[in-house]
Structures are given as structure tokens and as C-alpha cells.
Design a protein. Structure first.
Ligand code: KG4
Length: 338
């Protein structure tokens, strides 16, 4: 039996999970509330909270899985990208535990882990997994990428944002409207009550499969500034329509490039991953592509859209099978792509 402990601490969630022969036994997350009042993650506070949470979270993951420390086969940890102070907590903890137990470690790229979340099995019978090669739209607070996934351990980024990520576009526009943080889920909720055709915002013209969201953010900001001059209640009176129109624009930008990539490469298995994949409009657009273009789609369960350790553990499992271990010199990295 192969028992993998996964540890995730790249941003503001301290998480641990245990996977046995590819099947998830436990998945524990401690989310840090301390950042809410700052309107964004405060790196120093995040690392302090990880330091306090890591032992209880790992302990609970092992308990819930019914696995003792000495039954672990190997440890997978998020090496990057992420916040350096946060990554250091998980990385150092993994090194300490692997030394104490004398078991190997696998270093995991956080972005690849989001993609491999599609291979998490909640039970042995779960076989609904994408077939290689498939396309994955990875959309989070820090990334917007189109990835060709060739195998569990081989991925190629064919398109990515040249400035802001899709999640950032949601969050920054929500902030301008005074909607709170993180803005993505709030915009999603309000958009359900609004008219997506009411307002039009600029879409970028970028070549290939790359994205850009900074122009949208600027045009949204200028539009509001102009409207507020004549009506100081404009945002309050129109927030549902503003959110619906903004969300539609972001989704159109994402899907136009993804559809182009799928068509050019002749790939019909298409997955979505990352925090923004929780968005109900984006999910609906994926469903629509099944009917219109014959796609077979893979949308993660809500619990696997945001940062979690189950995705780290499953990535570790496949690295373990390929004997891709790392040494004590595996230092965390703040920035990198897949
Ligand atoms: O992957 P993730 O948890 O971590 C980061 O990479 O930061 O993604 C977080 C991002 C945030 O920008 C958040 O606003 C966005 O995902 N998000 C959403 C929704 N839920 C989370 N964006 C739009 N609609 C949602 N329902």
C-alpha cells in the first residue's frame, strides 16, 4: 500500500491530506481569516499562522485517515510558486518529518497540482478522469493559463496572462465597487441577479493563446468614474448588472482563447482548475461547450477548486510511481510557471 501525505502552505491555507493508492482518505484545510480586514493576504501574518497551524492540521489529517506516522510511504509538499514565508513552513516541516521517518519526499509545483486535482479519487470506483492529452484552463488569483497536459508529470503551457490573472480581475474590480475581499465569489453571487448584456467592457486583442486582463480593469474603473460623476449612487443602484456584465466579459475572454486552442489542437477533453473554476458562469459556459462543440469537460468539485492538500498528495502519488523524489536541497521558489 502506498500512503502519501500531502502538505500545502503556498498562500493563506494550511492544508494536509492523505492519499492511499490514489484514493483520498483525508483532506484537512485551515483557512486564515486574519487577512479579511486587510483586503488581501498579508505575507508575514500568513507565515505566522502556518507556523501555528501546520502541526494540528497534519495531525488531524493522519487521524482522520486512520494512518500512523510510521505507515506513511512518502511526503509531498508544495515547493512553489507562492509566498516565500508560507512555503518555507510547509517545506521545512516536510523535510523534518521525512528525515525523522526516513521516507522520501516529492516536491510539488502548486500549479501542476491544481491540474492534477482532476485525478483525486474519493473512492476506488471513481473513474471519471480526463484522458491524455487534454487541455486545462488554469484560472486562479495569480494565474490564467492554457495548459496541454500530456501525462501526469508532463505539461506544456501554451498560453498565459501577460499581466493580471482572471481572479485578480474579479478581485480588483470588486474592490473598486467596494464589495469586499475576495471579490470573485461576491461578484459571482450578485451576477446571478443581474443582466450580463447591460454594460460592455473592452476585450483585449492579444495574439496566440495569451491573456490580458489589465485593460478590462482600467476600462471598468474609468467607466465607473464617469458614471459616478453624474450619479453618486451608480454602483449601489446597478451592482447586479455591473457584476453580471463584468463576469460575462471575463468568461468570454477566457473561453474565446480556450476554444481556439481546442480547435487548433483537435482536443475535445477540456478541464478547468484553480480558484476561479468555482465561478458559476464559467461552469455554465463549460457546459454549453459540451452541447455546442462536443467537448468532454472536467470541472472540479468545489472543495478542490481552491488551495487544498489533496491535489498535492495526488501529484505526489504520481511522482512517487515515477520515482521522482527530491532532496534536502529543494528550496521553495516564489515564482515559476508549470
Ligand atoms: O486558486 P486560488 O484559491 O488561489 C490563488 O491563486 O490566489 O484562487 C483564488 C481566486 C481569487 O481571485 C478569488 O476571487 C477567485 O479565485 N474566486 C472566484 C470565485 N471563487 C473564487 N472568482 C470568481 N467566481 C468565484 N465563484
Amino acid at each position: 500500500m502506498i500512503n502519501i501525505l500531502g502538505i500545502e502552505s503556498s498562500c493563506d491555507d494550511t492544508a494536509a491530506a492523505v492519499i492511499q493508492d490514489g484514493v483520498l482518505l483525508s483532506n484537512i484545510i485551515s483557512s486564515q481569516k486574519v487577512h479579511e480586514s486587510y483586503g488581501g493576504v498579508v505575507p508575514e501574518l500568513a507565515s505566522r499562522a502556518h507556523q501555528q497551524n501546520i502541526i494540528p492540521v497534519v495531525d488531524e489529517a493522519l487521524k482522520k485517515a486512520g494512518i500512523k506516522k510510521n505507515e506513511l510511504t512518502a511526503i509531498a509538499f508544495t515547493r512553489g510558486p507562492g509566498l516565500m514565508g508560507s512555503l518555507l513552513v510547509g517545506t521545512s516541516f516536510a523535510k523534518g518529518l521525512s528525515t525523522a521517518l526516513d521516507i522520501p519526499m516529492m516536491d510539488i509545483n502548486h500549479l501542476q497540482a491544481h491540474v492534477l486535482a482532476h485525478f483525486i479519487k474519493e473512492d476506488k470506483e471513481d473513474t471519471n478522469q480526463p484522458v491524455f492529452p487534454f487541455l486545462c484552463l488554469l484560472v486562479s488569483g495569480g494565474n490564467s493559463q492554457i495548459i496541454v497536459v500530456k501525462s501526469h508529470n508532463e505539461m506544456e503551457i501554451i498560453g498565459q496572462t501577460i499581466d493580471d490573472a482572471a481572479g485578480e480581475a474579479f478581485d480588483k474590480c470588486a474592490k473598486v465597487m467596494g464589495l469586499g475581499y475576495p471579490g470573485g465569489p461576491i461578484v459571482d453571487k450578485l451576477a446571478k441577479e443581474g443582466n450580463p448584456e447591460r454594460f460592455r467592457f473592452n476585450k483585449p486583442h492579444i495574439k496566440g493563446y495569451d491573456y490580458s486582463f489589465s485593460g478590462l480593469k482600467t476600462s471598468f474603473l474609468y467607466f465607473l468614474r464617469d458614471e459616478l460623476k453624474s450619479n453618486s449612487n451608480f454602483i449601489e443602484e446597478n451592482k447586479e448588472d455591473l457584476c453580471a456584465s463584468l463576469q460575462k466579459t471575463i468568461i468570454d475572454i477566457l473561453m474565446d482563447k480556450l476554444r481556439k486552442a481546442a480547435k487548433d489542437l483537435g482536443i475535445k477533453e477540456v478541464a478547468v482548475a484553480g480558484g476561479v473554476s468555482a465561478n458559476s458562469g464559467l461552469r455554465a459556459s463549460f457546459e454549453e461547450h459540451v452541447h455546442r462543440f462536443g467537448w468532454k469537460i472536467f470541472i472540479p468539485k468545489f472543495g478542490y477548486t481552491t488551495d487544498n492538500a489533496a491535489m498535492v498528495a495526488i501529484s505526489g502519488y504520481y511522482k512517487y510511481l515515477d520515482k521522482e523524489f527530491c532532496g534536502m536541497d529543494a528550496a521553495p521558489y516564489a515564482r515559476v510557471t508549470v
